[in-house]
Design a protein around this ligand. Structure first.
Ligand SMILES: NC(=O)C1=CN([C@@H]2O[C@H](COP(=O)(O)OP(=O)(O)OC[C@H]3O[C@@H](n4cnc5c(N)ncnc54)[C@H](O)[C@@H]3O)[C@@H](O)[C@H]2O)C=CC1
Ligand SMILES: N[C@@H](CC=O)C(=O)O
Ligand code: NA
Length: 442
């Protein structure tokens, strides 16, 4: 009698990997692939063989431990090779990344990408192509660098109902804000340092203007709420308007400024709000202690309660860890002849405008120190239905400073209040306006 083996059949050849892009992340992917070759072969059930590396320009010396003959400037030819099983896209941006991924999927390859900008702009096209061809498209590195976030949301929490995702998802801006807060470093200096450390996008405007965090918020919201959310649906404010006055105001209030990404189900469950903006959070809040380029994300769900994910959110090596985790997974799937879990978008919830989102504000005002000032300021809040939680007044010679923290109100009511305050005769200047998070729901 012949014994039946429970083991899947071993492929009779190595799985061939094409790498697209060899910058900060790509070069670390190569290093780890080479260094852990034997382990990966054992974990996958077949060796992973680097078959080609597409680069923009040839001829430059690259500090990567591979045969120089593997480099090519013809990425399109590489992804169309019939012997390629797995494609890793770490070029970034929309084109040529999108055409290359589509060509790879069409060619039957499994694809791993770190490209949040592309996924949040046109993920639907890529997922449809993967579905049509029956191949995998994995993207753990696209949000939170090394931190497992995509898989927990797509798989581990598939049996729960997520209500809110809140966190720090951009390492560069967290690094910059942290340096400004703890060392008094200037914005420009801190950003330069983040670029040198490989945290920033090729164009750091994507980081400091919040585009990168908005793309990540869209990806997280799509997974959390089973709804297609695009980067353009996300309310976005970056950190370029955060001044040292804001940082000081936050400090005086026992708070710290962070760039937050927040995606939440509306109270009636009919829609979602997705936003990225700087916010003050109390220093005792767990997100306040997220330093440097680290990221942290809270997920609140009906049955699980609150979960926190924390780790290195940017940088070559941490990001390569997530890329290789995906690569090993899609390679295993290939060896076993299966496809991994895909994201679902059946819920089709509406994305609500920012104006409807309940938020709370911290507002600092320089006012003339005379009778009736407080009443005129309080009236401006009350005219827009905004309730004040605390108000602090400090005399400053002929002037005074008022620091107001509101209760929650629709964001549009708060912005209208600030506009009215700016026009009041009793107000010399509105010196700092920032949303506040982490003080509880009201
Ligand atoms: N650096 C980081 O910390 C993280 C980056 N990511 C994402 O990973 C991807 C890569 O990022 P980095 O490695 O930091 O960028 P990078 O700019 O260091 O590397 C991209 C590489 O692609 C090459 N490239 C550009 N056009 C090409 C083309 N047509 N053909 C072949 N190569 C081409 C560039 O020359 C460059 O070497 C991006 O999507 C980024 O958003 C994701 C998480 C963290
Ligand atoms: N530029 C990004 C890189 C990782 O996604 C960041 O700073 O977080
Ligand atoms: Na991740």
């Amino acid at each position: 009698m012949v014994e039946q083996s429970a083991e899947p059949p071993k492929p009779d050849r190595p799985l061939k990997v094409a790498l697209l892009g060899c910058g900060v992340v790509g070069s670390e992917v190569v290093r780890l692939l080479v260094e852990h070759q034997a382990d990966f072969a054992a974990r996958v059930g077949a060796p992973l063989e680097l078959a080609g590396i597409a680069v923009r320009r040839g001829g430059r010396h690259r500090d990567v431990p591979v045969d120089p003959a593997l480099f090519t400037t013809d990425a399109h030819a590489l992804v169309r090779r019939t012997d390629i099983d797995l494609v890793v896209e770490v070029i970034g941006g929309i084109e040529p990344a999108r055409s290359l991924i589509l060509a790879a999927l069409d060619n039957g390859a499994s694809v791993v990408t770190a490209n949040k900008a592309l996924l949040a702009e046109d993920g639907a096209t890529l997922f449809a192509a993967a579905e049509k061809r029956g191949t995998d498209l994995y993207y753990e590195a696209s949000v939170g660098g090394a931190i497992p976030l995509i898989r927990p949301l797509r798989e581990s929490l598939a049996g729960d109902r997520v209500r809110r995702v809140l966190g720090i998802v951009n390492g560069t801006t967290n690094f910059v804000l942290d340096r400004m807060d703890t060392e008094g470093t200037s914005f420009a200096e801190a950003l330069e340092e983040a670029q040198e450390l490989g945290y920033a996008e090729a164009d750091p405007t994507a980081d400091v203007e919040g585009f990168d965090a908005a793309a990540k918020a869209a990806i997280l919201a799509s997974l959390a709420f089973h709804t297609r959310v695009l980067a353009s649906d996300v309310h976005r404010e970056g950190i370029t308007q955060v001044s040292s006055v804001d940082v000081e105001s936050a400090r005086a209030m026992g708070c710290v400024v962070k760039l937050l990404a927040i995606a939440e189900l509306a109270a009636d469950g009919t829609g979602v709000g997705v936003r990225v903006h700087p916010a003050m959070i109390p220093r005792e809040h767990p997100l306040a202690s997220v330093r440097g380029a680290y990221n942290a994300v809270f997920v609140e769900s009906a049955a699980a309660g609150q979960l926190m994910f924390y780790g290195a959110g940017a940088g070559g090596s941490p990001t390569a860890s997530a890329v290789l985790g995906d690569l090993v997974t899609v390679a295993r799937n290939r060896v076993q002849g299966v496809r991994g879990a895909a994201a679902s978008t059946y819920a089709q919830l509406e994305v609500h405008p920012m104006g409807e989102t309940p938020t709370r504000y911290h507002i600092s005002l320089d006012v003339y120190d005379r009778a009736g000032v407080l009443a005129s300021v309080a009236n401006a809040f009350s005219r827009h239905g905004v309730s004040i939680q605390t108000v602090r007044q400090e005399g400053r010679g002929a002037d005074a400073q008022l620091v107001v923290v509101t209760h929650q109100a629709p964001d549009r009511a708060l912005t209208a209040t600030v506009e009215e305050l700016e026009d009041l005769d009793s107000v010399r200047e509105v010196t700092s306006v920032m949303r506040v998070e982490g003080l509880g729901d009201r």
